[in-house]
Design a protein around this ligand. Structure first.
Ligand SMILES: [Fe+2]
Ligand SMILES: [Fe+2]
Length: 248
């Protein structure tokens, strides 16, 4: 059974951060900056012209892994969701990955560290970065454009032959199978640090890398859950509307 959502419109934004500080990057992705004062979520959404239902769905989904927002799916356009997902991708590739890369490459230049194992970690991270980038590019080049085309077609109730051809090339049914687990692969990287790095190690640097990896893992997990539990059913519904439309 669906739990009542913890984060609600009358709650103060500052309180949200005290309850779950991992929501900070999520809040930032909506363009909301710190310095909330005593404003509630409702007031802040009005101030920033943000669709509050959508904002609450995303915050609650990130905050509570058991939260399943099915009932509220149709309250907002899917374009909003795709825009949010793209912002999250940029956060991974433009903020988190470079931060981690800097800390990891820094280990190799550190004379105290045993070079061989750190080189291995560096290679591992480079490999991970490529996998994450490929995952993101596949979504941004193939899946998201398909969804936006589908939404436009259903909304305008008009489909050219060219668009029909484009829409026939993909179906959201394929998404669960091709959606690989990029977050799981972070486990190996964490284990290299937790289990195999030899002393003497720069403990502070290693802890900083580990904290970042745990944080990235949580964020990636929540992001994938949003794609699987919010995006896929929304697109499946659009596909049904599209089928009906072209049969009519
Ligand atoms: Fe994604
Ligand atoms: Fe994904």
């Amino acid at each position: 059974m669906k739990k009542t959502s913890v984060i609600n419109p009358g709650m103060k934004m500052a309180e949200v951060v005290h309850i779950d500080y991992t929501l900070l990057p999520v809040i930032n992705r909506f363009g909301i900056s710190l310095g909330f004062g005593d404003e509630t979520i409702e007031q802040i959404c009005r101030m920033y012209h943000i669709n509050m239902d959508f904002f609450l769905e995303i915050l609650n989904t990130f905050h509570d892994p058991d939260y399943f927002p099915e009932e509220n799916l149709k309250k907002y356009p899917i374009g909003l969701l795709i825009d949010y997902l793209k912002k999250t991708h940029s956060y991974y590739l433009e903020v988190k990955v470079p931060e981690l890369e800097k800390l990891i490459t820094g280990m190799i230049d550190d004379p105290k560290q045993e070079r061989q194992k750190h080189k291995l970690m560096n290679e591992f991270f480079a490999h991970y970065k490529k996998e994450l980038t490929d995952h993101i590019l596949r979504e941004e080049d193939k899946v998201y454009p398909y969804i936006l085309d589908l939404e436009k077609t259903v909304k305008e109730k008009n489909c050219s032959d060219e668009m029909k051809k484009r829409l026939n090339r993909y179906s959201i049914d394929h998404f669960p199978d091709e959606h690989d687990d990029v977050e799981e692969k972070l486990l190996d990287l964490k284990n290299i640090i937790i289990k195999y790095l030899p002393p003497p190690i720069d403990a502070n640097r290693c802890n900083a890398i580990l904290y970042m990896l745990f944080e990235l893992e949580k964020d990636l997990n929540d992001h994938a859950r949003i794609e699987d539990t919010i995006m896929v059913p929304m697109v499946a519904d659009l596909e049904k509307q599209y089928e009906k439309m072209i049969k009519a």
